[in-house]
Write a protein that binds this ligand. Structure first.
Ligand SMILES: *Cc1c(COP(=O)(O)O)cnc(C)c1O
Length: 227
């Protein structure tokens, strides 16, 4: 009977094994537990197993959970699509926003981040497959957007995030992650000091770690099917 405890144990071992297999620094890949559509009770179970980093996709849903868990030491990541009228809530309640996909949203997050909180950490979401229906910044627009973000006072650009085209082909998965890693490296070569490459989910975790992911985002493989 898989439990959250067993699932987390299994995943942490798997991440360690993959770090070794692909000559990555031990401990360089963080696990983000994606708790969207999962209960507060389940999140508490994960916290009891030492998990501290959680991701949510919808402000409405996240709001009551963040409130219910405010005594816990949690690093909250927003990973969903961002509506303009929710930026204030997101800026004030999350530690990270991984899904910034245009400069107007970045500006609003910076303006609305309270002075009493530290900088808001952000990642730019990249539309790596240049899919018309997907959100994310196109690769050719990334450098300009990153430069514009660098001028904003209350956010810190930490890295890139992508949700690539789903495929079960390992080499195809690697190819897409490799593109994101190249964009990441090119920003670093342009003077940005980044430390976060958020890529990899349950079905492509190995390919993502092989290509340099520093943060994998896992939901159902920790908590089970979503409600
Ligand atoms: C839901 C979600 C995940 C996790 O998906 P699972 O299939 O539950 O592991 C990861 N990243 C993003 C951006 C998501 O929205």
């Amino acid at each position: 009977m898989p439990t959250i405890k067993n699932n987390l144990f299994f995943l942490r071992n798997k991440i360690n094994e993959l770090e070794t297999k692909y000559s990555r620094t031990p401990g360089s890949v963080k696990l983000l537990a994606v708790s969207k559509n999962q209960s507060v009770a389940k999140i508490k179970e994960a916290i009891a197993c030492g998990q501290t980093v959680f991701g949510e996709s919808y402000w409405q849903e996240a709001s009551s959970k963040i409130d219910a868990l405010k005594e816990e030491k949690i690093e909250w990541h927003f990973i969903g699509s961002i509506q303009r009228n929710k930026t204030k809530h997101i800026a004030e309640n999350f530690n990270w926003v991984q899904s910034v996909d245009n400069i107007l949203i970045a500006k609003r997050l910076s303006e609305q981040r309270s002075n009493t909180l530290g900088h808001l950490n952000i990642c730019l979401q990249v539309n790596i497959g240049e899919e018309k229906t997907k959100s994310g910044i196109l690769p050719e627009e990334l450098l300009v957007t990153a430069k514009q973000c660098a001028g904003l006072p209350r956010i810190t650009l930490r890295g890139l995030m992508s949700i690539p085209k789903p495929t079960s082909d390992f080499f195809e998965q690697r190819k897409q992650f490799h593109l994101l890693k190249e964009l990441y490296d090119s920003l670093c070569n342009n003077g940005f000091s980044l430390d976060t490459l958020s890529m990899g989910m349950s079905d492509d975790i190995e390919a993502s770690i092989a290509e340099g992911s520093t943060l994998v985002r896992i939901g159902t493989a920790i908590f089970g099917e979503r409600a």
